[in-house]
Structure formats: structure tokens, C-alpha cells
Design a protein around this ligand. Structure first.
Ligand SMILES: Cc1cc2nc3c(=O)[nH]c(=O)nc-3n(C[C@H](O)[C@H](O)[C@H](O)COP(=O)(O)OP(=O)(O)OC[C@H]3O[C@@H](n4cnc5c(N)ncnc54)[C@H](O)[C@@H]3O)c2cc1C
Length: 436
């Protein structure tokens, strides 16, 4: 992009799953587009990192959730990526540690909790998910730990209504070459201005002006796919201001989830060969614990997964803090010998990342409907997309893809209004007038 920027039908802010999907759909309808991306790479919270050990690791999204309806699955097949259809054993984590009887007990407690949650999700008043825990319940710590992994936030911060609206099919697959690599490849060839940070979106003139640190672009419509925390912290400003949008984004903050990858030496890898693709919980009696994926795809490594306050604390300490914590928990699971066979490869720090400020969106109690407010277009020319705009698939890369596609359709129809259908009418969604 030159200092003078340029003029386009649609400028898309963000080259993550939502932005790339919106751009692909608009490019196919012949619109002139430009994606503006602050990072030097595409993918956003989808990021595959190669290692020197012959495999790549996903620092962000990894699982093709709801794989049987996930649009990234046919895209992956078409692009020649390898899909591993091995289902995760998340439901069997207790049996390995405590045996089958404890596993059955946990299963009963967990199903009862989610049944209470589903009922409460339809009640007139929203509430924190922690209200549905059994008082002093034996499995409350594990239910809390699962909230940390699933939402990136403690269970008392999570809206029951929003949690209840999440609608997975429970088919979870993986892309062997990496989910981030897939999303990056999908975006190849699209016109992206990398390393270009949007500072302001001015929508008071005849065209929308996107002011960046490298110049200003002009567009008839703009699709904003910024992570909610970035919007809530007003790292990008709207002129005139959009306080309703900013408040909605603040009601849907990104929870913090991080990963650590530990290499297993040959002896360690041999010792854990039978545990290939097994998932284990670091400790069953505390919320602040990790989930461990042993030898994913058979590779000589262990992936640790940490959510909520624990994750925020560990990312501040960097890879050393993650490694020390993980090794203590893994020694608890496999015995002290394991620590001599492990060495750190990489860790993430999504909460500290200025382009993300977290991992995936959750709704604070009372804020489930903020997803609709966030998504509503402004004046038929500012459109919003991103995982947080998905009601049933929020927090996921396919939710982001689908929301990008919807925003692209809405922008395209706004640019070419047909008789009886104005650009402002979109899915019957309420419009937000500028300046509110
Ligand atoms: C650790 C972790 C694990 C996850 N696991 C899974 C999983 O297994 N399965 C799954 O489906 N999902 C998972 N997710 C969630 C998934 O990665 C996200 O939901 C999805 O990638 C979000 O896509 P998006 O396009 O909405 O946002 P993003 O990918 O965040 O895209 C927004 C883009 O905007 C850019 N941007 C920010 N500020 C500016 C600015 N000022 N100017 C210009 N550009 C800017 C960002 O750099 C970014 O590229 C995980 C996420 C994390 C972090």
C-alpha cells in the first residue's frame, strides 16, 4: 500500500479466518477489495509454527470442531491437506488416572451439570455458570478447569445463556499440517496490506476512510473483524464514536488460553508410546491445572493447555514459567523420571499479543445478546465479523469463517441494492445508526 492508500469497494480489517473468508467471497463477486492486517502474516489467531523436529505445532486453533459441518474440512481436502479423523478422548480423562468407577461417577456428575446448564440457559434471567455447580460438589474443580480451557475464563465469569447457545456437533478432527497453515494457504493470493495497523475508521463522509500507520484507504463499505478486546480497549477508534459497539465488545471479552509444547527425547517418546493421542488432566482437585495431549499424531512431544487466571499468570512468566508448571504436573502423572526426557519447544502468549489481547470470546453474565449488537451493521456500510459474531459457533475458526461469509454477503448486497431491498436491510438484524 502506498502512502496515498487507495479506493476500494470494500476494505476488510484483519486477515484472520473471518477476514480471509469475507475477502474470498467478495473477490468472487467481482468487488475491489483490500485487506489491512497489522501482523506480517495471515491467520490471526490461527498460527502454525514449524519446528526443527519434523512436525509443526498450532499455537492457536488446532481442532476442526464440529468437523462434520465445518467449512474448513472441504477446503482442507481441496487444498490437499491431511485430515486426521482420530476423535479426541477428552471424555475418558478420568479413567486413566482413577479407574472406570470414578470415570462413571464423573460422567454422571458432568451430564447432570450440563443438563442444569441447558435448562438455565432458556430461563428468563441470565446468570453465571458457577450457579449451576452442586454446592461442595466432588467434581467442581474439574468443571471449573474445563471452563478455563473452554472459555479461557473462570466459571463464575461465564454467561449461562451464551454457553447454552453454543451448538457443537461433537465431531472433532485435526489438520496434520496445522490449522493455521490451512487458513494461511486459503488466503494466499488475496490482496493484503501486511504490517499495516489500522488506527481509525472515519465513517462521517461520503466514503468510509480507514486510517492506518501507512496511509489512508477509502471504501464504500468496511468489514471489521478485529478481536473484541481490541475493539473494547479502543485500540482502533471509530469516528464518530460507536459506544454501543465498544460496550458490546466489552461484554464479550477474549478469555485467555495458552499452549506449551515440550519435546520428548527418544527414551521419553518410547516410554509414552502407548499413551499416543491421550489427553490427561494435570490434577483433578484444583481449577488451576493443565490439560495435556500426549504424543499428538504420534509425534515425540507433549502439548500443554492452560486457561483463565492460571494462563494469564503463566504467560507473564514466559516459557520458563509454563515449563516449570507443566513438568511438576507431568511428574505427578508419570513419575519423576519424565522430567529428564522433556525440553521446551515453544509457548504462546495470546493475552499479551497486542493484535489479539486474548484467545477466544466468552460472554459475561447478562451479555449473551451482545453478540447480536456487535454484529449489527452501522448505516449499511460498516459490517462486523469474527468468531465473536457467531451465536452457535463463537470462539472457533469455523464460526469466524461463517461470520466473514455472512458479512461479505451483507456488504455485497449493500453495494448493489435491488428494488425493494435496501443495503441497510440485512438478515433483519437491527441497524445501529452512526454515533450511538
Ligand atoms: C490457544 C488457542 C487455541 C484455539 N483452539 C481452537 C480450536 O482448537 N479450534 C477452533 O476452531 N478455534 C480455536 N481457537 C479460536 C480460533 O483461533 C479463533 O476463533 C479464530 O482464529 C478467530 O478468527 P477471527 O478472524 O475472528 O479473528 P483473528 O484471527 O484474531 O483475526 C483478526 C485479525 O485482526 C488483526 N488486527 C488486530 N488489530 C489490528 C489493527 N489495529 N489493524 C489491522 N489489523 C489488526 C489481527 O492481527 C488478526 O489477524 C483457538 C484460539 C487460541 C488462541
Amino acid at each position: 500500500m502506498t502512502e496515498s492508500g487507495g479506493e476500494f469497494d470494500v476494505v476488510i480489517i484483519g486477515a484472520g479466518a473471518a477476514g480471509l473468508s469475507a475477502a474470498k467471497h467478495l473477490a468472487s463477486t467481482g468487488h475491489t477489495i483490500k485487506i489491512v492486517e497489522a501482523r506480517t502474516r495471515a491467520g490471526g489467531r490461527a498460527h502454525t509454527m514449524p519446528t526443527e523436529f519434523g512436525f509443526a505445532v498450532d499455537l492457536g486453533c488446532e481442532w476442526l470442531h464440529s468437523a462434520d459441518i465445518n467449512p474448513w474440512v472441504p477446503i482442507a481436502r481441496q487444498l490437499g491437506f491431511t485430515i486426521d479423523e482420530t476423535l479426541p478422548d477428552w471424555g475418558r480423562r478420568i479413567a486413566w488416572i482413577k479407574g472406570d468407577a470414578a470415570q462413571r461417577e464423573w460422567q454422571t456428575a458432568m451430564e447432570a451439570f450440563y443438563a442444569r446448564l441447558d435448562r438455565a440457559a432458556d430461563a428468563p434471567d441470565d446468570q453465571p455458570a458457577s450457579n449451576l455447580l452442586e454446592p461442595n460438589g466432588k467434581w467442581n474443580a474439574l468443571l471449573g478447569a474445563i471452563s478455563n480451557w473452554a472459555n479461557g475464563a473462570e466459571i463464575d465469569k461465564v454467561s449461562v445463556r451464551d454457553y447454552g447457545r453454543y451448538d457443537p456437533t461433537y465431531v472433532n478432527w485435526r489438520v496434520r499440517e496445522g490449522y493455521g497453515a490451512l487458513i494461511g494457504r486459503y488466503g494466499e493470493g488475496l490482496p493484503v496490506a501486511f504490517d499495516t495497523r489500522v488506527e481509525r475508521i472515519e465513517h462521517d463522509g461520503p466514503d468510509v476512510r480507514v486510517v492506518t500507520d501507512r496511509g489512508t484507504l477509502s471504501a464504500r463499505a468496511v468489514i471489521v473483524t478485529l478481536p473484541t478486546t481490541v475493539i473494547a480497549e479502543e485500540r482502533v477508534k471509530f469516528l464518530p464514536a460507536l459506544p454501543t459497539k465498544v460496550a458490546a465488545a466489552a461484554g464479550l471479552p477474549l478469555g485467555v488460553v495458552n499452549k506449551l509444547f515440550l519435546r520428548l527425547d527418544e527414551t521419553g517418546a518410547r516410554a509414552l508410546a502407548r499413551e499416543t493421542d491421550r489427553h490427561l488432566v494435570g490434577a483433578l482437585d484444583r481449577v488451576k491445572t493443565g490439560s495435556y495431549q500426549i504424543r499428538p499424531h504420534g509425534w515425540p512431544m507433549i502439548a500443554g493447555f492452560y486457561g483463565g487466571t492460571l494462563s494469564v499468570e503463566l504467560e507473564r512468566g514466559g516459557i520458563d514459567a509454563f515449563t516449570a508448571f507443566a513438568i511438576e504436573e507431568l511428574v505427578g502423572l508419570f513419575g519423576s523420571d519424565i522430567k529428564t526426557h522433556l525440553s521446551p519447544i515453544a509457548s504462546s502468549s495470546w493475552g499479551l499479543d497486542p493484535c489479539a489481547r486474548g484467545s477466544y470470546s466468552m460472554a459475561l453474565p447478562g451479555h449473551a445478546d451482545d453478540r447480536m449488537t456487535l454484529t449489527a451493521p452501522v448505516d449499511g456500510r460498516l459490517f462486523f465479523a469474527g468468531e465473536a459474531c457467531s451465536i452457535a459457533h463463537f470462539g472457533t475458526a469455523h464460526g469466524a469463517y461463517l461470520s466473514g461469509e455472512e458479512a461479505a454477503r451483507a456488504a455485497a448486497s449493500a453495494l448493489t441494492p435491488s428494488p425493494g431491498r435496501t443495503g441497510a436491510a440485512w438478515r433483519g438484524a437491527p441497524q445501529i445508526p452512526a454515533g450511538t
